[in-house]
Design a protein around this ligand. Structure first.
Ligand code: TYD
Ligand code: MG
Length: 404
């Protein structure tokens, strides 16, 4: 059949939006009817909360949703719905069952726009000897559900548990079967949560959604963990703010580093939320081009708020954070940094430069350390300090960070 004659239903069929902007954007605008989405995440991170809130949002917008819990009783789901303020949604249906045949039958009866299965690991098909959660069960149950989605046009959302190291007996196995794979991440001891697309047949995988877990479920945090504090935040040694770009949007992220006494030949380099290869590279650059001795220093680096910072454009911020921690110096308050650092110690231009500076300005930053070649290119309203190499950049670290 010529491609032009195939009905373009993915483009024209209305997506089912949850009304949770941070989630809908990652999905590419909402759930595509007839598609299957897998949400993976560690136990306890908030997958059920997110899904029930999304289901409630869809129900509130008039789409019928069936929420199937294979782990909790209907009463437990009701309690959670109460807590999330969703108990009055007439279009939100709840089923507690683990038998896939019954789940499919109920789904056909309720005839919802979307069905959520929380979690796929606890669902089983009675005609198979393998236990729930086993590879055979997972594969069969998932492909049956994908078939159900395709045959009925119902959007299916599956929850899958992932273990800490990502080595799970679940989601990885199912990634190629489903249309969209989302990862729900965060640190259970902190409130921030990030949804990211790992695979998306209907949109980009560059977008991320930012949330904070609170007493009333997940609240959207489109500005990131820095919140309104941004500009006043950066005056500590070892902490530098950098505007990072994720998908269509730019947000400010605080990059932190700590240097401490270590052992020559066995110094630790630990990265969390920043790229460990770039961390190693920046330490080498500081040693070679800024005369800093770090061979016997442990170096820890992280990004605050769960947003992963892997862009080369954040090199300069991370480098200034490491050097600042080592020398106990910080950037002046209200100053951020943008730029890529080369192996020769040179500071190079970063992509999306103007977008980054506009965001920094909007969030109250008055000044930015930037590559020399870009110093004339920014928006007016933020003063730019151009630096050619890391040596020049380090001159802007001061012992007692000036206040604005
Ligand atoms: P849950 O959604 O059950 O996680 P998962 O389905 O990924 O296993 O949520 C886990 C945690 O979230 C739980 O320890 C309690 C906390 N939580 C809140 O802090 N606020 C809330 O409103 C809800 C519903 C849960
Ligand atoms: Mg759960």
């Amino acid at each position: 059949m010529p491609v032009s004659e195939i009905a373009g239903n993915e483009g024209t069929a209305a997506r089912i939006a949850s009304g949770i902007g941070e989630l809908d954007r990652v999905l590419g605008g909402g759930l595509v009817p007839g598609s299957t989405v897998l949400i993976g995440g560690e136990p306890g991170i908030g997958k059920s909360t997110l899904l029930l809130q999304a289901a409630g949002g869809m129900a509130a917008a008039g789409s019928r949703v069936l929420y199937v819990s294979s782990e909790e009783s209907a009463e437990q789901v009701r309690l959670r719905a109460d807590r999330l303020g969703l108990a009055e949604q007439a279009e939100l249906f709840v089923l507690s069952d683990t038998n896939l045949a019954r789940i499919v039958e109920q789904t056909r009866r309720v005839s919802p726009s979307a069905v959520a299965i929380d979690s796929i690991q606890m669902v089983y098909l009675g005609d198979m000897a393998a236990p729930p959660g086993s590879v055979t069960q997972l594969r069969r149950c998932a492909s049956d559900l994908v078939f159900l989605a395709k045959a009925t046009g119902i959007a299916v959302v599956l929850v899958g548990h992932v273990t800490k190291d990502g080595q799970l007996a679940g989601p990885r196995l199912l990634e190629h079967v489903v249309d969209v794979v989302l990862g729900f991440e965060g640190d259970r001891s902190h409130a921030h949560r990030v949804v990211r697309a790992i695979k998306n047949r209907f949109g980009t995988t560059l977008e991320i959604g930012l949330f904070e877990m609170g007493g009333e479920g997940l609240a959207e945090r489109p500005e990131g963990a820095l919140g309104a504090l941004a500009a006043g935040h950066a005056s500590r040694p070892g902490s530098v703010v950098c505007p990072v770009v994720h998908g269509t949007r730019c947000m400010l992220v605080e990059v932190q580093a700590l240097t401490a006494t270590g052992f020559l030949g066995a110094a630790k380099r630990k990265a969390s939320g920043v790229d460990s290869n770039r961390l190693a590279m920046l330490i080498a650059v500081l040693e070679q081009h800024a005369g800093m001795r770090l061979a016997d220093r442990d170096v820890f680096a992280s990004s605050v708020g769960g947003v992963r910072v892997a862009e080369p454009a954040s090199d300069l911020a991370l480098l200034l954070a490491i050097a600042g921690s080592e020398r106990r110096r910080g950037l002046p308050t209200g100053t951020c940094a943008v730029g890529e650092v080369g192996l020769g110690g040179e500071v190079r231009a970063a992509a999306h430069f103007e977008q980054r500076l506009r965001e920094a300005m909007r969030r109250g930053f008055a000044c930015a350390i930037v590559p020399r070649e870009s110093a004339g290119a920014g928006p007016s309203g933020i003063s730019l300090i151009g630096v050619r190499d890391v040596g020049q950049a380090l001159e802007h670290l001061s012992e007692t960070p000036a206040s604005l």
